[in-house]
Ligand binder design. Structure first.
Ligand SMILES: Cc1ncc(C[n+]2csc(CCOP(=O)(O)OP(=O)(O)O)c2C)c(N)n1
Ligand SMILES: [Mg+2]
Length: 332
C-alpha cells in the first residue's frame, strides 16, 4: 500500500512500523485460528499485544545484527525481516518453510537475516546470543545482538549468568525484557524478588531503561540510542519494556485465570491503537489506515492459502539438516 506522497520522514517511518505490527497481528490471529482448528500442530504462543516491542527494537538493528528469540517468537522473526509466507509454511509444516517445514512455531529461524531462532527453553536464547556475538567478535565483525526474554524468564539462572558474562566481556548485547506481566498462568510479580528488572540489570553494571512497550515510537527511540552505544563499544545494555499479553499463553488458552477487570483495563492500551492514534495525529486519514489493514490482511490470507496447498516434506528429509559431528572422541 503506497501512502500519500511527500510525507515527512517521521510519518513514513511510523507507517512502516504500523505495517510491520499489522503483519504480526494478522499473522498471529491467523495461526491461532489454525491451531485451534487443528490445522497447525504443536504449541503456538501468540505475540498479540506485544507487537510494538519486536517492531521497535528490530527497526533499530541492521540486517546482519542478531536477534535471539523466545518461545513467543513470530513477532521477532517478522520484525527482523523474515518472510511471513515462509513462516506460514513453516508453521503448517510444509515444504518451503523457513526451516523446511520441520521446525514449526517454536523453532522459526532465518540465519540470512540474523534471526537465530525461537526457542522452547526459557532463557536459552539469551545465552545463545552471547555465543553468536563472541564468535562475531573473533571474526572482527561489528554486529550487535538483541536478546529477548520474558518477565518469567528473567528469573532463570542462565539469564543471570548471561548478564554477568556479557558485562564481564563487554559484549554488544541489548537484553530486552518483554514484561507482559505473566509467566504462563502465573503473575510473574508474585514470583519475582527485588525492586525490579532494571535494578537487577544495574546490579550487574548494565545501563538499564524502562519503556512503555506498547508505544512503538518510544521503544524504537530507546533501542536506537542503546544500539548506537553498543556498536561504539559501550558494553551490554538492558531495556525493560512494559506490555500486556492480550491473548492467552497459547492459542488454545482462554486465560480464565485472568481477572476480567484487568483485561478491561489493559485492552485499550493495545499497541496498534496507539500507533493508529499517533498516525492520525500526524495527518494520516482513516481511509489510508483501512487500506493498510486490508492489504496486510489479504497478504496473510494469501500466505495461509498457499501453505494449505503446499506439500509436506518427504519422509526421506527427516534425517537431512542434522549436524554430524562424528563419533565421540575422548582425550587427545
Ligand atoms: C526452562 C523452562 N522452564 C519452564 C518452561 C515452561 N514454560 C513455557 S512458557 C513459560 C512461561 C514463560 O514466561 P515469560 O518468560 O514471562 O514469557 P511469556 O510466555 O510471558 O512470553 C514456561 C514456564 C520452559 N519452556 N522452559
Ligand atoms: Mg511473561
Amino acid at each position: 500500500m503506497t501512502p500519500a506522497a511527500n510525507l515527512p520522514e517521521e510519518v513514513e517511518h511510523g507507517l512502516a512500523r504500523y505495517r510491520t505490527m499489522l503483519t504480526i497481528r494478522y499473522f498471529e490471529e491467523t495461526v491461532c485460528a489454525a491451531a485451534v482448528a487443528g490445522r497447525i500442530r504443536g504449541p503456538v504462543h501468540p505475540y498479540i499485544g506485544e507487537e510494538a516491542i519486536a517492531t521497535g527494537v528490530c527497526a533499530a538493528l541492521r540486517r546482519d545484527d542478531y536477534v535471539a528469540s523466545t518461545h513467543r517468537g513470530h513477532g521477532h522473526a517478522i520484525g527482523k525481516g523474515a518472510d511471513p509466507a515462509a513462516m506460514m509454511l513453516e508453521l503448517y509444516g510444509r515444504v518451503g518453510g523457513l526451516c523446511g517445514g520441520k521446525g514449526g512455531s517454536m523453532h522459526v529461524a532465518d540465519f540470512s537475516i540474523g534471526m537465530l531462532g525461537a526457542n522452547g527453553v526459557i532463557g536459552d536464547g539469551v545465552t545463545m546470543s552471547l555465543g553468536a556475538i563472541q564468535g562475531s567478535r573473533l571474526l572482527g565483525r561489528d554486529v550487535v545482538a538483541a536478546a529477548f526474554i520474558g518477565d518469567g524468564g528473567m528469573n532463570r539462572g542462565p539469564v543471570l549468568e548471561a548478564l554477568n558474562w556479557a558485562k564481564t566481556f563487554r559484549l554488544p548485547v541489548l537484553f530486552v525484557c518483554e514484561d507482559n506481566r505473566y509467566s504462563a498462568s502465573t503473575h510473574s510479580r508474585s514470583v519475582t524478588a527485588g525492586p525490579g528488572f532494571t535494578a537487577r540489570a544495574a546490579g550487574f553494571g548494565l545501563p538499564a531503561e524502562m519503556v512503555d512497550g506498547n508505544d512503538v515510537i518510544e521503544v524504537e527511540r530507546a533501542a536506537r540510542t542503546m544500539v548506537e552505544q553498543l556498536r561504539a563499544g559501550a558494553g551490554p545494555m538492558f531495556l525493560h519494556a512494559l506490555t500486556y499479553r492480550i491473548g492467552g499463553h497459547l492459542a488454545q488458552d482462554a486465560a480464565p485465570y485472568r481477572p476480567k477487570e484487568e483485561l478491561a483495563r489493559r485492552s485499550p492500551l493495545d499497541p496498534l491503537t496507539r500507533i493508529e492514534t499517533w498516525l492520525a495525529h500526524h495527518g494520516i486519514e482513516t481511509h489510508t489506515l483501512e487500506a493498510e489493514r486490508a492489504a496486510v490482511r489479504e497478504s496473510i490470507a494469501t500466505a495461509e492459502r498457499a501453505a494449505q496447498a503446499a506439500d509436506f516434506p518427504p519422509a526421506a528429509s527427516v534425517f537431512a539438516d542434522i549436524q554430524d559431528i562424528g563419533a565421540p572422541q575422548w582425550g587427545a
